[in-house]
Design a protein around this ligand. Structure first.
Ligand code: SAH
Length: 218
């Protein structure tokens, strides 16, 4: 027996329910995730699965993260409306779009030109004018716009890259997955205080690796 098709509103309710049940409870984050449809960021044959809480493949062999992981990372950043945020790993642009609803300004960097070009087109279409997407090796951050209130890395490194720690404002928060790409990785949150860096470990995750240099199309 086939299930009756769900309406758009029902799918959205299920989506938000799945986020809440996985620990995304911050009202501003849930509000942003309700406003930004994941559909335009998931292209081709997987677009119809945009509301499922699953990571999905995108071009250049990359993946758009699972919505609940996007929600948990965004929540851990504790973004305020005045913040300037840096994201490393634009991918589909979905995470940057969520950030853009919560922050004043978002800079997002990917090593694949094609991903940046496609993400820019979606940001334009959705009139998200506070996002700047750039092609670069994000391990070095974005010195000309530093320091940042918040930094999020959506590809896994063995350790937090030094330039990113340096470009985080005092009082700032950085969230990233650390660990080897083929082993267990953990999301960690780093707070920069006057006394130094404070680390806390969140849940286990699986992200694509943070690679050096530009992609072949970069
Ligand atoms: N945040 C994305 C998912 C990111 S997937 C989304 O919402 O869809 C991880 C991305 O990190 C990939 O697009 C990959 O190209 C990028 N990446 C990996 N290493 C990088 C580096 N050194 N600099 C910039 N981007 C990098």
């Amino acid at each position: 027996m086939t299930e009756p098709a769900l309406s758009e509103a029902e799918r959205k309710m299920q989506f938000l329910y799945a986020l809440r049940s996985k620990g995304v409870t911050d009202a501003r984050v849930l509000g942003a995730m309700e406003k930004v449809d994941r559909g335009p960021f998931v292209k081709g044959i997987f677009a119809q699965r945009a509301y499922e809480d699953m990571p999905l493949p995108i071009v250049c062999g990359q993946t758009i993260s699972q919505p609940s992981v996007v929600g948990l990372m965004t929540q851990a950043l504790e973004i305020s409306p005045r913040d300037k945020v840096l994201e490393i790993g634009t991918g589909s642009g979905y995470q940057a779009a969520i950030l853009s609803k919560l922050a004043r300004r978002v800079y997002t960097i990917d090593r694949h030109r094609r991903l940046v070009v496609e993400a820019r087109a979606v940001f334009d279409e959705l009139k998200m004018t506070n996002i700047t997407a750039l092609v670069a090796d994000g391990s070095f951050g974005l010195a000309e716009q530093a320091p940042f209130d918040r930094i999020i890395v959506t590809a896994a490194a063995e350790d937090p890259p030094g330039p990113l720690l340096a470009q985080l404002k005092e009082g700032g928060i950085m969230v990233l997955p650390v660990g080897q790409s083929d082993a267990v990785q953990h999301l960690i949150r780093v707070r920069k205080t006057a006394e130094g860096l404070e680390y806390d470990e969140m849940r286990a995750v699986r992200f694509v690796p943070l690679l050096e240099g530009l992609g072949k199309d970069g």
